[in-house]
Design a protein around this ligand. Structure first.
Ligand SMILES: [Zn+2]
Ligand SMILES: [Zn+2]
Length: 342
């Protein structure tokens, strides 16, 4: 099933506008809120061939997608289409954070990130290196977890004092026991095979105050993917994400001792719930030095992740600049101290 959102004025294809937070028609400028969009303008086309092939309603072209795509644009006429049958049943997302950063804002941010980096090779931004800019809704599981922790440690407090000719060292031993209950809400784990886990982790945090109930029009004009791993398969990864935090939390409750040595730590983490959620990411693919690089941006907060190309001649020039200013500062200090002979 292919879903088009048709403009009630002119019949053009509408897409979700991140800055307006509404459906927007490129042709005539009409805006509609998602809640009030007239249902008769939602055109659903059922595929005859068991959903194996999707056709664009406008131009009839086959919509090129792989099996994980749930929303895309027609590569012939550019219409935003949502593949409705891939978003139903257990594949139906529960929540979404809509894009807040528009395509133009993402491109601008990319240019300033690459351009004002003084370590970027000269001319990097003068050429048009951007190959592709894609707004993607990445599937995540948001976990609510609970950890029950029992920790037992042998701790000491050491005191040294002098009495007469003798130095005394007094060591007191403490048997410390902690029983801790920790709750986590909305811990995100990327559920897409295609997306790099580390890159996705670095795009955090998202502001979950903007979480909305999922509605398909949010996807109009964007790419969306469905999850490859379910909530049970990713639970170990969710647990490993909080592991360091648990250990540092335990340590923070056992403070004020000279030494702490743990006899046992028993951590039992369980899942309270998991919500299938789509989070917005801008991906910019660019060419440099004959290879392709990626720049990713949190589509809600604008946080940027990526490595700019580094020019070694510029690094050298930059260090020369720093060395020069240190020389001047030393010279001024020397003058103030009454040197002045050099
Ligand atoms: Zn229109
Ligand atoms: Zn088309």
């Amino acid at each position: 099933m292919v879903i088009h959102y048709k403009c009630p004025n002119c019949g053009g294809d509408m897409s979700y506008d991140a800055e307006l937070g509404k459906l927007h028609c490129e042709s005539c400028g009409r805006e509609d809120s998602i809640e009030d969009f007239p249902t008769e303008n939602i055109q659903s086309v059922f595929s005859e061939e068991d959903g194996k092939e999707y056709h664009c309603k406008n131009c009839g072209a086959v919509i090129m997608t792989d099996a994980d795509t749930t929303a895309t644009t027609c590569s012939f006429c550019g219409a935003g289409v949502v593949l409705g049958d891939r978003l139903s049943g257990k594949m139906a997302p529960l929540r979404i954070i809509p894009f807040k950063i528009s395509r133009e804002q993402a491109i601008k941010a990319f240019k300033s990130w690459a351009g004002n980096g003084r370590l970027t090779p000269k001319g990097f931004m003068t050429a048009d290196r951007i190959k592709k800019v894609t707004g993607i809704y990445v599937p995540f599981w948001l976990y609510d977890l609970n950890s029950r922790v029992q920790a037992n440690a042998l701790c000491t407090k050491v005191r040294t004092y002098t009495r007469g000719d003798y130095i005394y060292t007094e060591t007191r031993y403490y048997d410390v026991y902690r029983d801790i209950n920790l709750d986590y809400i909305k811990l995100p784990v990327d559920a897409s095979e295609k997306m790099n886990d580390e890159l996705m982790d670095r795009l955090e945090p998202y502001n979950y105050g903007d979480l909305k109930e999922f509605k398909t029009p949010y996807l109009a004009g964007y790419i969306a993917e469905k999850y490859n791993y379910d909530e049970e398969e990713l639970l170990p990864r969710a647990k490993s994400k909080i592991e360091n935090y648990i250990h540092s939390y335990i340590s923070s409750t056992i403070a004020g001792y000279s030494t702490v040595s743990y006899n046992s730590k028993n951590i039992d983490t369980s899942k309270k719930s998991a919500y299938y959620t789509l989070l917005p990411v801008w991906m910019v693919y660019y060419d440099y030095d004959n290879s392709e690089h990626t720049f990713a941006m949190n589509g809600q907060t604008g946080k940027v992740v990526g490595t700019p190309p580094i020019s070694y001649s510029r690094v050298a020039a930059w260090f020369a600049g720093i060395a020069g200013s240190i020389f001047i500062i030393l010279r001024i200090i020397a003058l103030v101290m009454g040197g002045g002979l050099w």
